[in-house]
Design a protein around this ligand. Structure first.
Ligand SMILES: C[S@@+](CC[C@H](N)C(=O)[O-])C[C@H]1O[C@@H](n2cnc3c(N)ncnc32)[C@H](O)[C@@H]1O
Length: 221
């Protein structure tokens, strides 16, 4: 990234901390950053640095940390669409790129669930430094914790029995309310209670819940 982009990232960071850069203005700014620089630019603006090494003993089925691309996060926010009344849950939240950026773009409350304590501590520090009270990070195994929210995001965080268990927990939420499940790098077409929606991104899939007993209606962003 060249120095002019870095200067713009520093200026954007100051505006984010001041609460002045949010929503449509941030979408417009992101679109003005060259695609090849966008991920690094966002990390510079949010203060996301190199991650610590993954913990050596991740449980079976847990995928190590890799941040989701800004393109997919933008597409998710715009196409769900995520709104101020939503509660976004990023399952396997890493350093919080999804939760923090989605909150800034939409105003939705965002919660990350992350199994690695070193990542959770760093993500919490980022939120504190940015002054974001509506972004929270829980250290937990997503397969073993009660979930709630209106929009669930999964960037290929787990597989095998762990993924099946997490989907059961999300389905419990869908029995109470209409939800949207967003998946990157993860195929959920075989899940009977999820109805796929096409998106503008080749790697992002959106699914609306359709569970017998679910409250009538659909998700409203
Ligand atoms: C591919 S990364 C995605 C990170 C984040 N969603 C992002 O896009 O920036 C997967 C993350 O899921 C976490 N993870 C794996 N299994 C988990 C589990 N059972 N519960 C919570 N987090 C888990 C990993 O530690 C890792 O940080």
């Amino acid at each position: 990234m060249d120095s002019s982009l870095l200067i713009r990232a520093c200026a954007a960071r100051a505006e984010i901390v001041a609460g002045a850069l949010r929503g449509a203005a941030l979408v417009e700014l992101l679109h003005a950053i060259p695609v090849r620089d966008r991920d690094a630019w966002v990390d510079a603006a949010l203060g996301i640095e190199e991650p610590p090494a993954d913990e050596p003993e991740l449980p079976r089925g847990a995928v190590p940390y890799l941040p989701c691309g800004v393109e997919e996060i933008l597409a998710m926010v715009l196409e769900v669409p995520l709104g101020v009344d939503d509660e976004l849950v990023d399952l396997g939240a890493g350093l919080g790129r999804v939760a923090i950026l989605a909150h800034l773009l939409s105003g939705a409350c965002a919660r990350g669930v992350e199994i690695q304590g070193s990542l959770v501590r760093r993500a919490r520090a980022l939120c504190t430094n940015l002054g974001l009270a509506d972004v929270t990070m829980a250290q937990a195994d997503a397969a073993e914790t009660a979930l709630d929210g209106t929009v669930f995001f999964l960037y290929a965080p787990f597989n095998g029995p762990m993924l099946i268990r997490v989907l059961e927990r999300i389905e419990e939420v869908a029995r109470r309310r209409a939800i949207v499940v967003c998946a990157v790098g993860l195929e959920l077409r075989e899940v009977p209670w999820l109805v796929p929606r096409a998106t503008s991104s080749v790697s992002l899939m959106l699914y609306d819940s359709c569970v017998p007993g679910e409250d009538a209606g659909t998700h409203h962003g």
